[in-house]
Unconditional design. Structure first.
Length: 186
């Protein structure tokens, strides 16, 4: 005999089952990859649109945040692959009502995937610049210089780095909370 489940009895999909999560990740990764491709295709030389506070400067970053670990591109690539797996696991634990936490994880995942795409270009050939494949460095191009320490100048970054930074700030400032155990309504 079939019984019809009430809305309270049904498990509401959270995290990975939410289409809005995947749409956000795809749009953010696309924005990162398209901005990098456009800059490298259309900007001659290194410096373009040089302004007082904001410039476009094409650089290859074989390291991590703030240019740290310059000689560890392979290790950083492995760390990014691991980070993608951890973020996906964390997303799977988020209940449907944790929208800000899930959105924050979407930012972190998109940022990791955008930079990982550049890293994997070393082995896949996905990314080539001027017909030549480079050694898996991340393409950065946004230079901000507000004229005072510690923003004098800020390290050159890209859209993926912005996603990671915003996601990290949301977590650190307590705006977003990540749940480690799914709690479904009864």
């Amino acid at each position: 005999m079939k019984t019809e489940a009430t809305s309270a009895d049904r498990v509401r999909p959270g995290g990975l089952a939410r289409p809005v999560f995947w749409i956000a990740v795809v749009l953010l990764v696309a924005a990162d990859l398209l901005s990098k491709a456009w800059i490298w295709r259309n900007v001659e030389g290194e410096d373009f649109v040089s302004g007082r506070w904001l410039s476009v400067l094409k650089v290859y970053n074989p390291g991590g945040v703030f240019g740290l670990f310059q000689d560890f591109t392979l290790v950083l690539t492995i760390v990014r692959v691991f980070a993608v797996g951890v973020i996906l696991w964390l997303v799977s634990l988020q209940p449907r009502r944790n929208r800000i936490g899930t959105a924050t994880l979407a930012l972190l995942l998109a940022g990791a995937l955008g930079n990982l795409y550049d890293n994997l270009g070393r082995w896949t050939g996905w990314v080539s610049v001027d017909g030549e494949q480079y050694l898996g460095a991340v393409r950065d191009f946004v230079k901000v210089d507000l004229g005072f320490w510690p923003l004098d100048p800020w390290p050159v970054f890209n859209f993926a780095d912005s996603c990671i930074t915003i996601g990290f700030l949301l977590l650190v400032l307590g705006v977003a909370r990540i749940q480690l155990q799914r709690r479904e309504p009864r």
